[in-house]
Design a protein around this ligand. Structure first.
Ligand code: AP5
Ligand code: MG
Length: 226
């Protein structure tokens, strides 16, 4: 099962990916989490990425494609994975097609969490994250469920970075959806219910074949009977 979570900053990708990881037992590949881990570890990449993330801009396609190529080649991705935060530009989407082709994989579903901008602003300004495992929590949560750490605010959830993040998403990442719509892979989910309600819809979408898959199976059946 290879799943791609798509949506604006604050739409709930990380929240739902955490649920999917528990349900399907496959890794969650979150490019934002990977960059924050590099920043925390003080690597050269982390030093380069820190001001970019803090300003709400995008790290270069070249760097991001390299990171994802390396991560997908690791053995734990073999049974499947949940991709979150990549691709974010059309060149990243094209590179991911090539990479998936090289690995003999394809996405089963692209799950689009749709949330209006005013709700995104509200969610991001109140979000808390675990500095150890990076799980995200709503406002007023006291500690991380998984490891008990005291929760903190992400640098890019400060007001000066939130609007640029949404603007760059609208400019560079919205066109990525058309890339996948053409393949019949996109399930649109209204992301405004409770977390549990959204989880039920995400699981239902992840567990049913996409239009693209139905068409592929029908094509296979025709060729068998021809
Ligand atoms: P990244 O970490 O991917 O951030 P993002 O896309 O901006 O998304 P978020 O993590 O902010 O939101 P989310 O959708 O995961 O929402 P969450 O579940 O936390 O990327 C960070 C940065 O890294 C980028 O800005 C860029 O600089 C760089 N980067 C990463 N990938 C890159 C790439 N491919 N190319 C270039 N640069 C890249 O939920 C948000 C809040 O809402 C939480 O408090 C949560 O508890 C709450 N919530 C969730 N669901 C609900 C609900 N149903 N109702 C109410 N509240 C809810
Ligand atoms: Mg996230």
């Amino acid at each position: 099962m290879n799943l791609l979570l798509y949506g604006a900053p604050g739409s709930g990708k990380g929240t739902q990916a955490n649920m999917l990881r528990g349900h399907f037992g496959i890794p969650h590949i979150a490019t934002g989490d990977m960059l924050r881990a590099e920043i925390q570890a003080g690597t050269e990449l982390g030093r380069q990425a820190q001001p970019i993330l803090a300003a709400g801009r995008y790290v270069s396609d070249e760097i991001m494609i390299g990171i994802v190529r390396h991560r997908l080649s690791e053995p734990d991705c073999q049974p499947g994975f949940i991709m979150d935060g990549f691709p974010r530009t059309v060149p990243q989407a094209e590179a991911l097609d090539d990479l998936m082709g090289d690995l003999g994989k394809r996405f089963d579903r692209v799950i689009y969490l749709m949330v209006p901008v005013e709700d995104l602003l509200h969610r991001l300004s109140g979000r808390l994250v675990c500095p150890v495992c990076q799980r995200t929590y709503p406002p007023a949560t006291e500690a991380c469920d998984a490891d008990g750490s005291t929760l903190v605010q992400r640098d890019d959830d400060k007001p000066e970075a939130v609007r640029p993040r949404i603007e760059i998403y609208l400019e560079k990442t919205v066109p990525v959806l058309d890339h996948y719509r053409g393949e019949g892979l996109v399930s649109e989910i209204d992301g405004r219910g409770t977390i549990d309600e959204i989880s039920r819809q995400v699981l239902a979408a992840a567990s049913s074949p996409s239009n693209g898959e139905v068409a592929r199976r029908a094509g296979g059946a025709e060729s068998k009977t021809a």
